[in-house]
Design a protein around this ligand. Structure first.
Ligand SMILES: *[C@@H]1O[C@H](CO)[C@@H](O)[C@H](O)[C@H]1NC(C)=O
Ligand SMILES: *[C@@H]1O[C@H](CO)[C@@H](O)[C@H](O)[C@H]1NC(C)=O
Ligand SMILES: *[C@@H]1O[C@H](CO)[C@@H](O)[C@H](O)[C@H]1NC(C)=O
Ligand SMILES: *[C@@H]1O[C@H](CO)[C@@H](O)[C@H](O)[C@H]1NC(C)=O
Ligand SMILES: *[C@@H]1O[C@H](CO)[C@@H](O)[C@H](O)[C@H]1NC(C)=O
Ligand SMILES: *[C@@H]1O[C@H](CO)[C@@H](O)[C@H](O)[C@H]1NC(C)=O
Length: 602
């Protein structure tokens, strides 16, 4: 029996296994004499347009046969003559792999606080290299400390077939606003409809992070594991949620929880998973079940305080590795993080006692790597702040499932939504302000198996909207007032077809993935209003054919990728258009409207 799920191990994991043996010449993808350069289509951090004031190059880290081994650690101290505060800080990784390798997951923590989650690439014998840049300004309070542990977790396996050793060079680049901008125009793509952003862009760049971290927190506390095997919690199922007890300073006036999460093994493609009974009744062995809904939830002392919906990240081994070369999937080098505004709950936390923060993944199967950072802002003019939750409305999640079971050709639909509302006041030396938070979430998924289970079609739509409103009393300082709306959308459509070949274990596959990450943030402050948007859309389609015996593992394939990214915020008006056919870049146009000469004359 050859359903896509029986071969699930084929379509979703053996494909990458096969690809690992991809050592000989292929008519379409000739072997590279030099390591292949990978990249993620992403806007550089705002600060990257300036010269750093100083830099710290950390010693190279090597990851050979590190599966099951403890993480690599080094001591971090900022450079002597450059101890901060900085207007922004960028973490830069230069990674190389010197042989065949599968994709791996990596995490970097500073004093147990995660600062980057990244995946590595599916490398061929010639090896691979790539660079990752991330704005880490929000961790400034930790970056200013001396002799703190910087931890790198990257489990890799090296054997006769998988020869690639990973080398990671990490650097921290520190910036100060006073330094001259160094914009470089790549090409001119100025159009009339960009005029409103032109005005914003022409102002001197303000190197500030996004809304929640407008000013970096005074303290960041990890909600994470011990660090023996990395600080992430390995979560195997819904009841396997994990908690950490912490005490927070009694003068905290604002709290935001930042969540890092990645899905692996049987849950790597959770959004395409049918209910488990589909396998059982069809006598299939796959374990990629439990339906296609997942949600990351958080509690404090067992009180539900919010959830986030994960963005489906496709790693470089997904479906057809040729689709993610040389441009990786959205977020593969810098996985998105998710923020929960917890200020309305400070009333429960400011008693100086230990409180338990718990994180779990609803409906999960093995496994998820999840941990969180609690960002806290402290009132420097008082020892104790008073706070209380005044509105708590969190109805149970509503999940509707419609199973149209027709043996191998079944259709499974899931629709879910949530609407929650919290508010609480915080009375500090800056006055008594009330923080209102509403969160709305919408999830729709249709999974269809056709052609006796050999064709999978999954269409997913995820939308979340968070509104945060901070209202000061009439007499208070007005600059405390702020309001923000953050909308994120993650549509994804996966269509994958597998056809067995005549030889044992040979097959061909066709896959199409249309994938988007959209974010729109609208902020109203007393002094300034601004908007920032990210629109990243990747359309990847291709085929793959294994020929002859598996050991030779010769793969033939094709790939066609169209990607379009637009990022507009206070600092950037970046656009990138990419077109790749059969691994060759036809077009990679970067338009930096901020750098347009026309703007300089404004
Ligand atoms: C990585 O850092 C080492 C020194 O630690 C240096 O010799 C090497 O050239 C660097 N590699 C890259 C690719 O920058
Ligand atoms: C890698 O580690 C595994 C398990 O720890 C061990 O069996 C294997 O021999 C190691 N391989 C190499 C090349 O060191
Ligand atoms: C990869 O690098 C390691 C050292 O980091 C080295 O031992 C190994 O021989 C290298 N492999 C290749 C194929 O160059
Ligand atoms: C950091 O550790 C080094 C070596 O142990 C020590 O010389 C130095 O004084 C420490 N710095 C701080 C700020 O604690
Ligand atoms: C959930 O995972 C934990 C940890 O692996 C395991 O001990 C427990 O039995 C699992 N529970 C269920 C219901 O599968
Ligand atoms: C803060 O304001 C809220 C409502 O605006 C009020 O109920 C509360 O008593 C005030 N708290 C303090 C300490 O003034």
């Amino acid at each position: 029996m050859t359903s896509i799920m029986h071969m699930c191990c084929s379509i979703f994991s053996s494909l990458l296994l096969f690809f690992s043996f991809f050592t000989s010449a292929s008519p379409i993808f000739p072997p590279h004499a030099s390591p292949k350069e990978y990249f993620e289509v992403a806007a550089p951090p705002p600060a990257a347009a300036q010269f750093p004031s100083c830099a710290l190059h950390l010693p190279q880290q090597e990851f050979a046969n590190t599966t099951g081994a403890p993480p690599a650690t080094i001591l971090y101290t900022p450079p002597d003559d450059c101890s901060g505060p900085w207007s922004s800080v960028v973490l830069e990784l230069v990674v190389s792999c010197n042989g065949t390798q599968r994709h791996r997951i990596a995490g970097i923590w500073l004093a147990g606080v995660e600062i980057l989650r990244s995946s590595t690439v599916q490398a061929t014998k010639a090896g691979a290299s790539w660079k990752v840049q991330k704005d880490v300004t929000k961790y400034s309070s930790l970056l200013q400390l001396s002799n703190v542990t910087l931890t790198f977790m990257l489990e890799n396996t090296v054997n006769d077939v998988l020869t690639g050793v990973l080398h990671v060079n990490a650097s921290l680049l520190y910036y100060n606003d006073g330094d001259e901008p160094n914009f470089v125009a790549v090409s001119d793509g100025v159009g009339g409809r960009d005029a409103q952003f032109d005005t914003i862009a022409s102002k001197r760049p303000r190197m500030k992070s996004q809304f929640f971290y407008e000013d970096p927190a005074d303290l960041v506390i990890p909600i994470a594991d011990s660090g023996v095997n990395g600080f992430w919690f390995k979560i195997e199922n819904q009841s396997n949620s994990r908690a950490k007890g912490i005490q927070i300073p009694r003068n905290t006036y604002k709290a935001v929880l930042e969540i890092y999460a990645s899905a692996h093994e049987d849950d790597e493609f959770w959004y395409t998973n049918p209910p488990t009974f589909y396998y059982k009744t069809n006598n299939l062995k796959s374990k990629r079940g439990n339906g296609c809904f997942r949600e990351i939830f958080t509690t404090i002392d067992d009180l539900y305080v919010g959830s986030v919906s994960p963005f489906p990240v496709l790693y470089t081994g997904a479906l057809n590795p040729l689709l993610w070369s040389p441009a990786v999937g959205i977020g593969a080098f810098d996985l998105p993080t998710y923020d929960l505004e917890l200020t309305p709950f400070l009333g429960q936390l400011l008693d100086g006692e230990t409180h338990f923060f718990r994180i779990g993944v609803a409906d999960s199967i093995p496994y998820w790597l999840v941990n969180a950072n609690l960002h806290l802002w402290l009132d420097s003019s008082s020892d104790v702040v008073e706070a209380k939750t005044v509105v708590y409305r969190a109805p149970d999640l509503d999940v509707q499932r419609d199973n149209q079971y027709r043996k191998l050709n079944s259709v499974f639909k899931v629709a879910s939504s949530r609407q929650i509302e919290f508010s609480g006041f915080v009375s500090s030396s800056m006055g008594n302000s009330t923080t209102h938070v509403t969160y709305q979430f919408q999830f729709q998924n249709v999974i269809e198996f056709q052609k006796k289970g050999r064709l999978l079609d999954a269409e997913v739509f995820i939308k979340s909207r968070t509104d945060v409103r901070v209202v000061p009393p009439r007499e208070a300082q007005l600059d405390l007032k702020s309001q923000a709306t953050i909308v994120r959308k993650y549509p994804i459509h996966v269509r994958a077809m597998i056809t067995p070949g005549s030889a044992f274990d040979s097959y061909s596959s066709k896959s199409e993935v249309t994938h988007e990450f959209e974010e729109k943030v609208e902020v109203e402050l007393e002094q300034e209003n601004y908007q920032s948007t990210v629109f990243n859309s990747q359309d990847s389609r291709g085929s793959l054919r294994s020929r002859g015996d598996e050991k030779q593992g010769i793969l033939y394939g094709s790939s066609h990728v169209r990607q379009s990214l637009r990022v507009r915020d206070r600092n950037r008006c970046y656009s990138q258009t990419l077109s790749v056919d059969d691994g060759v870049i036809d077009e990679n146009q970067v338009v930096d409207l901020c750098a347009s000469p026309r703007l300089e004359s404004i």
